[in-house]
Ligand binder design. Sequence first.
Ligand code: B12
Length: 191
Amino acid sequence: MIADVTDLTSQLVAALKNLDSLQSKQIMKTIENEHTDPYPVIEQILIQSLEQIGLEWEEGTAALSQVYMSGIIVESLITQHFKEARSHHPQDKKIGIVTLADQHTLGKKLVSMMLFAQGYQISDLGQGLTPEQIALAVSEQGIDILLVSSLMLPAALQVKKIKILTWGFYKNYCGWSSLPFESTLVERGWR
Ligand code: B12
């Protein structure tokens, strides 16, 4: 019988909170064995687990160290499970990814690895960069498509500045924020 996503999420939350990387790996293996296309399931379970632990931290039932260590374990899970490209996508555009004024790197890592698994080559421009540093990297590295990741509001609001700084020579952005007030960001210039 295929294990239920909610069930697997609870198991992963428990393993992460116990800092049990072996059990976390085992859960990923179960998903890989049971699903022909495991990536969407892995993505869903990793995100839900981290959000759950984040919520427990807000409620005072998890420690910040558990949130932090969960991030470290999840980063290594992502690297291990998305390490092989299934195919090589013919690519004439250079794609770059960056976190804008933000050290939340797991979304960037997951997006990069998923694109890589689909055969795309992605240049990682770095983390916590300012709009000025991003504009410079875009022009120096000849990036055609820029993927911007940002989870914090003050950071997300700076995306408009990247557009202004690169105006005229650069037009392809794909920004993302999983902020709850995302709709107001659109009004404020995000995307
Ligand atoms: C794990 C975590 C951390 C870890 C980060 C570890 C790491 N290496 O990334 C640690 C403990 C270090 C951390 C630190 C902090 N955090 Co924190 N953290 C989280 C938490 C619990 C989970 C975020 C996460 O990694 N999710 C899993 C990843 C895989 O999901 P994701 O990033 O959303 O990415 C997915 C999508 O969004 C999308 N995506 C993401 N990027 C992109 C880009 C493109 C182009 C596309 C197409 C898609 C896409 O695809 C991804 C895969 O599906 C959230 C809570 C939450 N509900 O999100 C808080 C949260 C993001 N953190 C928060 C805060 C405030 C902080 C700190 C300031 C805490 C502090 N007081 O020190 C610091 C700041 C760090 C910094 N300077 O940037 C707040 C942000 C509030 C806000 N919105 O302004 C949140 C929302 C918690 C909260 N409710 O208060 N954090």
